[in-house]
Write a new protein. Sequence first.
Lengths: 278, 171
Amino acid sequence: MSKLLQFLYRSRIFLVFLLLEGVSVWLIVSKNSYPRSAFLHSSSVLIANTLAVRSQIMSYFQLKEVNEVLAYENAQLILELESANYLIQRESLNEKSDSVSGKSFSYHPAKVINNSTLKTNNYLTIDKGVKDGIKKGMGVISGGSVVGLVHETSDHFATIVSVLNPKLLISCRIKPSGTLGVVQWKAGNPREVQLNFVPRHIYLQYGDSVFTSGFNSALPEGLLIGTIYKKGLKADEAFHQLMVSLSLDFSRLDYVYICMSNQQAERDSLEMKLISQP
Amino acid sequence: MNSSPYLKIILNLIFLNLAHLLLLDHLAMAPFAYSFAYIGVLLFLPVEFNKIGLMFLMFGEGLLMDAYYNTPGIHAGSCVFVAYIRPYLLDAITPRMGYEANSGCSVKEQGLAWYSMYSFSLILIHHFLLFFLEAFSFDQLGLTLVKVLLSAVYTYFILLFIELAFGGKSN
């Protein structure tokens, strides 16, 4: 017994090493471990507050670009206002309004306080959290384009899985052909994503636009993702090999909008029944 | 060295963490070279340092970075590994006369050649583990290796700069 204790004491350094490495590996491989959801993400209080301070300092240096973005968004809003006015005119002439066509999303602005575009898996952190009504799985957009989905939340902060993360797949529709596909980022260039599962019989051109399909209940339909700029078709492949250049520059994100869907819960619970039934 | 060694270590820790989180992380040279200068926390410790304490210290440091980068366990794992092998490396590259009592690992005390050998090998091992754990596959082996090498060189120079600019004062 005493020999065993002596042996354990002599190899204590190696044992501590194994223990700590074991914990690390467990953190890496376990998908839904408690520490991860509790504090090991950048919306945890300590990290998020540091990031908020940094963001406050850095935001002074970005005022010019922020102005440009705001001006651009203003311009788009004016356009939308015009088309809305047109709809109102048309409605007042003869058409009845329809309860189904009512707005299914509301948008809430948030400031990006941490952002990565160059890692293998990229995340953002924003300064809005559970207390502002943010929940896991909500869609995030900016400038009419997709940013990602909410990943983890704390009281005042939330992390977002960015489009530049291979774990995020986005259902999309190509116009003008109307074909469906799936957009996924492959580590490397933060300006382009892969477009998968477009059958080979579809005719595509460079510059075809890729929009969200609305099949994912968290994201509204018709958000521009980007345009096709590289395409290839191998003789023995069933699908096109397509690269899409993103319309959004993720390295310059400053303000984003959280899409809160009025119907997401209802729709998801209905569609979950399909999965749970045989 | 007038101030107590622990005070110096703690100040070092705070300085490097703040520098890393607030500034150095943003100086990445896209998409290949990243600086993980927080590893200086390990490098700038004195030669004689409790081995178990060192591993726990680096485990905590790694967890902090994991929280920042949203990469649970990856930084912690690599940090603990370099903390474990650091004493062996120090033994392997002992100068001919041995280490002086209470000596640190700075350029001034040990010379540039020794410091480079010591810091670059630890940085390289740390970055190697880090990038491969992050990629978690040998899919893009070439790209990952290039990232490891360039980032290690980059981190080495940033830390050398910090060391030469701020490290000399306390001696």
